[in-house]
Every structure is written in structure tokens, then in C-alpha cells.
Write a protein that binds this ligand. Structure first.
Ligand code: UDP
Length: 413
């Protein structure tokens, strides 16, 4: 049995004041021909990770506009998740072997889940590689239109993985990718949709909190809120380059000794890679007590992330590789300019010189960060522009609109 995920209802009208009447009216018009349609989202987890977070908003909003939407999670055991984690890396280009045993495990769990897949839907949206063979093994039973939603960057996959996955993926009527260049080599779809992820402006992480309250929260972590603060919120992962952020901070500090750095990252207890990279980051920071390295074991949850993003003078996201970078969206939404790596989905969000700065090196990162710290008026202007950019393009109602557009296309409307 796949697990049916329960989610709380949400109302599209609650977003009206934020995104404006036109967007809401457009969504209602897009939803009209789809009224009564039945949709199911299928993915691998109900908790943790951006996909689950987005589905908790997208699924209830679809329901609210008259589409009967469900969410089901496939079932698996450790051996399956071990394989799918490696597949995730391989599909993003990592050089790692793909054995026949791994392939068998992946097929076996997909076949089993396909056998237990129940319901009769107009649209089935399969998220990510873990359940990608659901269409193959159900032979399309249970759904009229099938879409595969890829949340990872498959632009340069390891061929051993891609050659194996491509036929399963190619079978879908529609492919949904974050960016055009993420579509892997040699696959094509009747309908290709480019849909970036979005943030929910009403979620606890993104709802505005009063500056005074945010300052109080941040103070609890030893930050002096009367001195400049730069922050990066990220997993402790080499691609997020926390060591480079520390190096950039040190250059800034030469000109502005009072500056402080917060590196905020959530840790999963079963992620040994994350812990060892955290150790490395702490060693790199050394005895500098103006570098604050914090994670969820310090009690940093959604509210605290919100507070750090709200209070920071500049947010950094110095990734050297990035899918989309929801943390950039979140910071811009709080009116804080972001200095970010010129990779992945970051340039969609940071309009260079308008909502922040795109950088390629530590030195550039330091230079732009210092510039923003020393120019409060421009900082405020860019912060406003960033918030407006997100308001127009990167909020949950836009996400809903994109899906409705795709469903209409698939129905030939
Ligand atoms: N995040 C969090 N606490 C942390 C670090 C990250 O809640 O300490 C959240 C962050 O707010 C964002 C998500 O994790 O919503 C990370 O998404 P992103 O696309 O930036 O990067 P990913 O980790 O998916 O590569």
C-alpha cells in the first residue's frame, strides 16, 4: 500500500493580497476547465526536503480550486533508499558505479509499488527518480495523463545512470524541469514544462515577523544585533561552499572589523557527510567568535531561519552548484539582498546589481558583500527589488498556475 498523505486545507484567496487580483483571477480561469479532475502526486517522502514542503502547499491549493488532489508516498526499505540516494548523485553527474544488483533493487520496489497503486486519476504526477518506473509497471493503469517532475539537475548525468533511467522517463507524456538546461540528453516529451520551485509566503518560515521579535530571536544565539551581520543558510555541503563564505567574511573583516558571520544549517542525524563537513567548517572558522555556526541541534527551526534571514544585512549563498536555491528566494522575500554564486537557479532570482550580486570567486563575494554593507540605501533598494521579484514570480500561486497550464495542455484544451 502506498501511504496517503494528509494535509491541511489552504485557501487560494488568502494569497490574494500578496500576489494580486490578476494572478488569482488567472488561476481561477485556468482551473475552470479542470474542475472535478482528479490528480495524484506521488513521491518518496512526506517529511524533509523541499519536495515534501512544496506539496504541503501545492496539493491543498489544487483542491481549493476544484481539483480533487491526493498525495501518495511510495514504500521502500533501507536497501531501496540506499540505492536511490546513489542514483540521485549519479543522475546529477557523480562518478559512482551502478551495479546490476542496485538496478534490480530499484526495479523491484517500483514494481511492488506499482502493484499497490490504487485509484483512477486524470493526472498522475510522479516526482523525482525514486518512483520513476511507476508508469512502466502500472502500464498507465490508474491514470489518463502521466507527468514526471524532476527536481534535480540532470543536465550532465553519469551515463551509466542516465542510460538506465532515460527509457522510463521517456515514457511520460510530460516532463517537468526546473530549468530548460536541466533536461538530460536524448529524452523528449510531448509536453515539456519548465516549472521552478516556489516558496509559500504564508508558511512559518516565510511569514513576516516583526523586526524586534526577529532581533530577540537572533540575540539568543549570541549575535550582537547592533553590529553588521552576514548569513548563509545551507546544509553543510561542499557545493554550498561554507569554507569560501568564511574566506570572504575574513576579507570583509579587514575593512569592517565589527562584522559578524552566521552559518546556519540543518543537520540530519543520518547524514555522516554533513557532520564531517560541519567539523571541517568549524575547524576553518578557528577561534573567531564572530563566526557563529548553528544548526537544528541548537534549536534552529523554521522560525529561527526566518529570523536570521530577516535580521541579516546581507545574505550570502556562495554555492558552486545549485538546483534552484530556495534559501535565496526566502532571503529575497524578506527584503534582504543576496550575494550568490552564478550557478543553477540562482541567476533566475538574483538579477545582478538589482536584487543582489552574482559572484564567481571568494574575492568577488567579499567585494560585493562589503559594498552592500557600506551602502545602506542601495541595500534597502535592492532588498525591495528582490522582494518584488519574488512576489511576481516565485510564490506558491505561481506554482499552481504553472501546473494548471500544463494540465490544460495535456488535455488538449
Ligand atoms: N533549511 C532549513 N534550516 C537550515 C538550513 C536549510 O530549514 O538550517 C531549509 C531552507 O530554509 C530551504 C531548504 O532547507 O527551504 C534548502 O533548500 P535549497 O533549495 O536552498 O537547498 P537544498 O538543501 O535543497 O540543496
Amino acid at each position: 500500500m502506498l501511504q496517503k498523505v494528509k494535509f491541511d486545507p489552504k485557501q487560494l484567496d488568502d494569497y490574494q493580497l500578496i500576489v494580486g487580483d490578476e494572478v488569482i483571477a488567472e488561476i481561477k480561469a485556468l482551473a475552470k476547465p479542470l474542475e472535478g479532475a482528479r490528480v495524484v502526486h506521488v513521491n518518496a517522502t512526506a517529511f524533509g526536503g523541499g519536495v515534501a514542503e512544496m506539496l504541503y502547499t501545492l496539493a491543498p491549493l489544487m483542491n481549493d480550486v476544484g481539483i480533487e488532489t491526493e498525495w501518495q508516498v511510495i514504500q521502500g526499505a533501507d536497501e531501496f533508499y540506499t540505492v536511490t540516494k546513489i542514483c540521485h548523485n549519479g543522475l546529477q553527474g557523480m562518478v559512482v558505479p551502478f551495479t546490476d544488483e542496485m538496478k534490480d533493487i530499484w526495479r523491484r520496489y517500483n514494481e511492488m509499488n506499482a502493484q499497490y497503486f490504487e485509484g483512477d486519476y486524470d493526472f498522475v504526477v510522479i516526482h523525482d527518480p525514486q518512483p520513476a518506473a511507476m508508469l512502466h509497471y502500472t502500464e498507465g493503469k490508474g491514470g489518463d495523463h502521466w507527468a514526471w517532475r524532476c527536481h534535480i539537475d540532470t543536465s550532465h548525468p553519469n551515463p551509466a545512470y542516465w542510460d538506465f533511467f532515460a527509457p522510463y522517463i521517456n515514457a511520460y507524456e510530460a516532463g517537468i524541469f526546473t530549468m530548460e538546461q536541466y533536461v538530460g540528453p536524448g529524452v523528449s516529451f510531448e509536453h515539456l514544462a519548465i516549472i521552478p520551485p516556489r516558496i509559500d509566503p504564508l508558511s512559518p518560515k516565510n511569514v513576516p515577523i516583526a523586526m524586534e521579535r526577529a532581533r530577540d530571536i537572533v540575540k539568543r544565539f549570541g549575535i550582537d544585533v547592533d553590529r553588521p551581520l552576514i548569513t548563509q543558510v545551507s546544509r553543510f555541503d561542499p557545493w554550498k561552499d561554507p569554507l569560501g563564505v568564511i574566506d570572504a567574511y575574513r576579507i570583509v573583516k579587514e575593512q569592517m572589523p565589527e562584522v559578524q558571520l552566521a552559518l546556519v544549517g540543518s543537520m540530519a542525524s543520518d547524514d555522516p557527510e554533513g557532520w564531517s563537513y560541519l567539523d571541517k567548517t568549524i575547524r576553518h572558522a578557528g577561534e573567531d567568535f564572530n563566526i557563529h555556526i548553528l544548526h537544528n541541534f541548537h534549536g534552529v527551526g523554521a522560525l529561527e531561519v526566518d529570523a536570521f534571514q530577516t535580521v541579516s544585512d546581507v545574505v550570502i549563498q556562495k554555492s558552486t552548484r545549485e538546483g534552484f536555491g530556495l534559501v535565496v528566494t526566502e532571503a529575497l522575500w524578506k527584503g534582504v539582498p543576496v550575494v550568490g554564486g552564478n550557478v543553477g537557479g540562482i541567476p533566475l532570482q538574483i538579477l545582478d546589481g538589482e536584487t543582489g550580486f552574482l559572484v564567481d570567486t571568494v574575492e568577488e563575494c567579499a567585494e560585493k558583500t562589503l559594498y552592500l554593507l557600506q551602502h545602506p540605501n542601495e541595500r534597502a533598494q535592492m532588498g525591495n527589488a528582490g522582494r518584488e521579484h519574488v512576489r511576481q514570480h516565485f510564490l506558491s500561486p505561481h506554482h499552481l498556475a504553472d501546473y494548471l497550464r500544463l494540465f490544460n495542455q495535456m488535455r488538449g484544451a
